[in-house]
Design a binder for this molecule. Structure first.
Ligand code: HEM
Length: 186
């Protein structure tokens, strides 16, 4: 029995890229929902402390997943994007922007959490130390930026998902299936 390919080819995504794509997508959406939920919690709510703790620790781990994913992307062939030259170019720009945007959301979150000089504890496994703490009102400024960037990221990811669905069901070019199913020998 042939095992499904781990690596991408110029026509299809391999198992690793597909797994990392959906892991990151679920992770980002979960962090977004938890982040919005946390904002309204009062001191006596159960999640008042654990919510932000999980949000920060999972945000740091997401950064590691995204770095791993970016490296994996760099050492793999890029499957060809379906469509005309401008569509391909637009998709490439959006894919790159999604990486940059995730990085910006995580960085702004880091600047909120470490504004008071305290490190971020990641489930007791390791800590991410504070570095930049000298901006006046850092926590508030980074907080506003973090919220707007997060809303922007989810909106961009939503448009990206709609584009994939349009390609799959209107243009019938197999774009969504390419990110769902590992294809052998292509
Ligand atoms: C926060 C959520 C998401 C992020 C950050 C994201 C990011 C990305 C990135 C960076 C790529 C380029 C390939 C790579 O580097 O792995 C990609 C490809 C793709 N994504 Fe997403 N994605 C998200 C959610 C979704 C959703 C919800 C769908 C579909 C409903 C989707 C469908 C696809 C498809 C079909 C491709 C392959 C496009 C092609 O190569 O033609 N993505 N995504």
């Amino acid at each position: 029995m042939n095992t499904p390919p781990l690596k991408n080819t110029t026509k299809s995504y391999g198992m690793v890229a597909i797994a990392l794509h959906w892991l990151a997508a679920v992770w980002i959406i979960s962090l977004f929902v938890l982040g919005l939920y946390m904002v309204d919690l009062g001191y006596y709510d159960d999640l008042y402390k654990t919510g932000p703790y999980w949000h920060k620790a999972m945000g740091v781990l997401l950064a590691l997943v995204m770095i791993g994913r970016f490296i994996w992307r760099g050492i793999n062939p890029k499957p060809e994007i379906a469509g005309s030259a401008p569509v391909k170019k637009a998709a490439e720009v959006v894919h790159t922007l999604l990486y940059v945007w995730v990085g910006a959301v995580i960085t702004s979150g880091y600047l909120i959490s470490t504004a008071d000089g305290r490190a971020i504890d990641v489930f007791g496994w390791f800590e991410i130390p504070a570095t930049l703490t000298s901006i006046v009102n850092q926590e508030d400024i980074a907080g506003v930026i973090h919220l707007y960037l997060a809303v922007g990221l989810i909106s961009m990811a939503g448009l990206h998902a709609l584009a994939a669905i349009k390609h799959q069901f209107f243009d019938r070019d197999g774009t969504l299936v390419k990110m769902l199913k590992v294809t052998r020998n292509v």
